[in-house]
Design a binder for this molecule. Structure first.
Ligand code: ATP
Length: 142
């Protein structure tokens, strides 16, 4: 079965590298699946649990905080603002981030004109990252 190289890079490190069967990521207008010998492409990725499918049918999830994906010469490069594999995720930290973001959003929505100090887009993005991390962490050993 043909494969395609995948490299996921964050500002801190090369988070993941493998020869894979398929990568599924989320873009603004829906999911994009990339398989071997895909045409060259650049896409913007939104925060998501990227799905890595292997030749033997195994599937792995990688948390991505958003970024860009380039497909060129049978290689996928994901340049992510942050990315973590399941074992790199601190579940407690993600749970705390989830609670914090949810509380901020609730507070803002209850009285938007009072809580002008709350950056609602920032809180919503933090909530999204936490949801993705918790989903990815739960994808192993369950
Ligand atoms: P927090 O409020 O807990 O910092 P955050 O969503 O604001 O969460 P980010 O700004 O997305 O954090 O990430 C900052 C750095 O910390 C990145 O390198 C990211 O990979 C890492 N990181 C964030 N949350 C976790 C986590 N739960 N487990 C492991 N690494 C994390």
């Amino acid at each position: 079965m043909p494969t395609i190289k995948l490299e996921v890079v964050s500002p801190d490190a090369v988070v993941y590298q493998a020869d894979i069967h398929m990568l599924v990521v989320k873009a603004e207008d829906g999911e994009i699946g990339v398989m071997p010998n895909h045409l060259p492409m650049i896409a913007s990725i939104i925060p998501c649990a990227m799905r890595v499918k292997h030749e033997d049918g195994r599937e792995e999830l990688i948390a991505c905080g958003g970024g860009f994906m380039e497909v060129l010469n049978n290689k996928i490069t994901v340049l992510a603002s942050c990315a973590e594999t399941p074992i790199q995720i601190d579940v407690l930290r993600a749970e705390k981030a989830y609670q914090r973001a949810e509380e901020r959003i609730k507070k803002f929505k209850s009285a938007p004109l009072v809580h002008t100090d709350i950056d609602i887009s920032r809180a919503e993005a933090a909530l999204q990252r936490a949801i993705v991390r918790l989903k990815v962490a739960k994808s192993v050993g369950a």
